[in-house]
Design a protein around this ligand. Structure first.
Ligand code: AHM
Ligand code: MG
Length: 484
């Protein structure tokens, strides 16, 4: 064989082939021009062997990225690899540090991997299209914008969108209408039979939170958009039944928060949080569920109150829709919600005052104007998180569920209560912390883990930092308390 041909063949086997990225991709993400791109060769395979896989989709060595032969030009993958190119250039002894991180924390816990994911998510979120090309949903006083139309128009800002995320939001809107219908007739339970009793058709009555859970699971488990779910009502991951298509998202939700209030006709709510799957197989795994809140791709809540409202964000602002029962549609009623910077309301359960640490008592005295430093906030506490949060989101204020001696981690759940509401409040210009850290930066360790929560207007939540005691407010690795 011609020695030059043999050499070329060997080079191809070892180092793959140089490739060009599509011009449109380079135009949209010009930073990708700084990289040398190759496809195939040994590096993706060697990377795969280290992770006990056939190959990895991409691997970076210096300024060169080797894509696997099966990888497509997914911007998330390309931007992730670009972040590694930068790490190579900026971090001294990067390969050694990378290996050390992987040995200590595992591949997904490796901080360089996380930073690369965050970088890609940030670029994709910030500039899905050049600003001048972005379409804004037109909303005038007389226009009627259904949630469906709004989602479609928002999706146009992401030319790479496959429509799956939009599908999740429609499905949630549908589930919300079904739950709203059940909640509305809850007061008739006494006539039709209460939970646990037989109804007139001889069927067993179920509790509303169980019914809501079933409605959501059924609305999503056959749709092909999710690969797994987790619910406050179920201890483990809810898998998509065998034989059905799985999608690239996972969803965590509280199907009916505050359900103990139903008997007395107080508003209750559904809260949901959506992430992109990060593991490679078809099924959702715990790793997909335990992502920090800043990686959420969508989040929202539905409040079943005097009217039913759905508020959601995909990172392009927080938008509210009110259900018009006469036509069965959610209509845009609160576009681009902005929470007032300082508050009118303080929402906290004072019954725990004796169990709060001293710094929490001092904080509450500040909010009430008792330390002479400020005007008192008005106290409003429904005891139904969605209702308290919603009022403060529109009117300004702070909701607090601090840790106390009986519940050292507070009561509320990080993954399907605190995180989704934190995403929304930040999109509306507010803040959420656990007293020490930004809620969206907390690394979850448990599906049902609890967290102290301070959420609402920016200035009010910033006040918490003046009073926090980092050593006892949010211990990093404390065993979860039981059901409080
Ligand atoms: P739940 O998920 O069992 O319904 O509990 C959560 C609710 C929240 O809606 C509310 O903010 C909180 O519990 C109220 O708790 P407390 O009664 O301790 O003030
Ligand atoms: Mg709850």
């Amino acid at each position: 064989m011609d020695p030059r041909r043999a050499l070329r063949r060997l080079t191809r086997l070892l180092l793959g082939e140089a490739i060009e990225l599509p011009a449109a991709m380079l135009q949209r993400y010009p930073m990708l021009r700084a990289v040398r791109w190759r496809r195939g060769g040994l590096p993706p395979r060697v990377g795969g062997w280290c992770l006990l896989r056939r190959e990895v989709q991409g691997i970076t060595l210096g300024q060169t990225v080797f894509l696997s032969t099966s990888a497509n030009f997914d911007p998330a993958l390309l931007l992730h690899e670009f972040a590694h190119v930068r790490q190579f250039a900026e971090v001294s002894a990067f390969p050694l540090r990378y290996v050390w991180q992987s040995l200590r924390h595992g591949y997904r816990g490796n901080r360089f991997e996380r930073d690369a994911d965050d970088y890609a998510a940030q670029v994709l979120g910030e500039s899905p299209l050049p600003p001048e090309a972005r379409q804004l949903v037109k909303h005038t006083a007389t226009s009627v914008v259904t949630i469906e139309r709004f989602i479609i128009e928002e999706e146009r800002n992401f030319p790479d969108a496959t429509g799956e995320l939009s599908g999740i939001l429609y499905d949630m809107a549908l589930a919300a209408k079904m739950i709203a219908n059940k909640v509305r007739s809850a007061g008739l339970a006494d006539i039709l039979g209460s939970a646990g009793a037989e109804n007139v058709q001889g069927e067993m009555q179920q509790k509303l939170d169980v019914i809501s859970n079933e409605i959501i699971v059924k609305a999503f488990d056959h749709g092909g958009r999710l690969c797994a779910m987790a619910s406050e009502e179920e201890p483990g991951i809810i898998q998509i039944p065998e034989g059905f298509r799985t999608g690239k998202y996972v969803m965590l939700f509280d199907p009916l928060d505050g359900s103990s209030n139903i008997d007395v006709n107080v508003p209750v709510g559904t809260i949901f949080s959506v992430y992109k799957k990060i593991t490679r197989g078809p099924r959702g795994e715990m790793e997909d569920m335990l992502q920090p809140g800043r990686r959420q791709v969508a989040a929202g809540y539905i409040i079943y109150g005097s009217s039913t409202m759905l508020v959601y964000t995909t990172g392009q602002g927080a938008h509210g829709f009110t259900l018009d029962p006469s036509i069965g549609e959610f209509l845009l009623s609160h576009p681009h919600i902005q929470i007032p910077n300082s508050g009118r309301y303080l929402s906290v359960n004072d019954a725990y005052e004796q169990d709060w640490p001293e710094h929490t008592r001092a904080l509450m005295r500040r909010y009430r104007g008792l330390d002479g430093q400020r005007k008192s906030l008005n106290v409003r506490y429904v005891g139904s998180l969605v209702a308290d949060f919603h009022r403060n989101l529109l009117g300004g204020g702070v909701f607090a569920y601090p840790s106390n001696t009986k519940s050292p981690r507070g009561k509320l759940r990080l993954l399907y209560e605190a995180n989704p509401l934190a995403f929304i409040v930040e999109q509306a210009g507010g803040l959420a912390t656990d007293g020490v850290r930004r809620i969206l930066d907390v690394d979850p360790t448990d599906l049902h883990q609890r967290t102290p929560l301070y959420i609402g207007s920016k200035a009010e939540v910033e006040t918490v930092a003046e009073f926090s005691a980092p050593h006892d407010e949010a211990p990093r690795r404390r065993r979860e308390d039981g059901d409080a």
